[in-house]
Unconditional design. Structure first.
Length: 265
């Protein structure tokens, strides 16, 4: 993981060995990945570890086995079976309540084209050009670095550098001179947007996770300053996400219907 990447097979083996062979808390392992993987994601990372622990698909923990590791690493790694847990049991007894109920996508306030607007770019979505930017009345632009929010422990410099590069690349692609902000004191966001006279901050949709939590804190200051936080969400995101409740295969079954309903097929 020295370069911030890890193959999916290796992630599963790592999680299984961490939980069942070393008997370490799965949350600490999930936090370790989140702090060190460039593609760390609050939903898929946490749920991936829950799945390995038998908490997401209950009763089906992932069992890392020596033959599987040897096969998919072309024998580069060939552990002895005795070095791994022979039997694995899910951690359902530690969380008997299971998963929370599925909730609908939250309603978003869409941008008003006529209001003076500040564009905010975050690592959650570096494709603002997918939306109708030329129709907006922009008075300011900013990137917001937030990877440090992933954990109370230090986040890998590689993760921070990757995020910084992605944000700068996004600003460059849409040809704007963006102020570089850091998610620190939440009220700083309203101070920045107030300077050029913005009455709304527009950003691509920010789903659940540390940045969303920080934005909710920042929203208090925005309300006091008379600034609305508005978001774009793609039609296909709204169509797909309600099915993303039990892994990839449930979504895969719905792809033909989704394409038909969104007019993409």
């Amino acid at each position: 993981m020295i370069d911030g990447y890890l193959d999916n097979h290796a992630r599963m083996w790592f999680a299984s060995i961490w939980i069942f062979t070393l008997e370490l808390p799965w949350r600490l392992g999930a936090d370790f990945f989140f702090r060190n993987l460039l593609d760390g994601d609050p939903a898929s990372n946490t749920l991936g570890w829950r799945w390995a622990a038998g908490l997401h698909t209950r009763g089906k923990p992932y069992h890392a086995q020596a033959w599987n590791i040897a096969r998919f690493t072309n024998n580069r790694f060939d552990p002895r079976p005795a070095e791994l847990a022979a039997v694995v049991e899910g951690l359902e007894s530690e969380e008997p309540e299971g998963l929370p109920s599925v909730t609908p996508l939250r309603t978003v306030q869409v941008p008003d084209l006529d209001r003076p607007t500040a564009l905010l770019i975050t690592e959650e979505d570096c494709r603002p050009e997918d939306f109708d930017l030329p129709s907006m009345n922009f008075v300011g632009y900013a990137t917001l670095s937030a990877s440090h929010l992933r954990s109370p422990l230090p986040v890998s410099p590689l993760v921070k550098e990757f995020e910084h590069g992605a944000l700068r690349d996004t600003a460059s692609r849409i040809a704007v001179d963006a102020t570089e902000l850091r998610a620190g004191v939440p009220t700083d966001l309203s101070r920045w947007a107030s300077r050029p006279g913005a009455t709304q901050i527009a950003t691509p949709y920010i789903p659940t996770g540390p940045l969303r939590d920080w934005m909710l804190e920042a929203k208090r200051g925005l309300v006091e300053a008379g600034i609305d936080l508005v978001e774009w969400r793609r039609e296909w995101d709204s169509a797909i996400w309600p099915y993303a409740t039990a892994g990839f295969f449930k979504v895969k079954k719905q792809i033909p219907a989704i394409l038909h309903n969104t007019g993409l097929m």
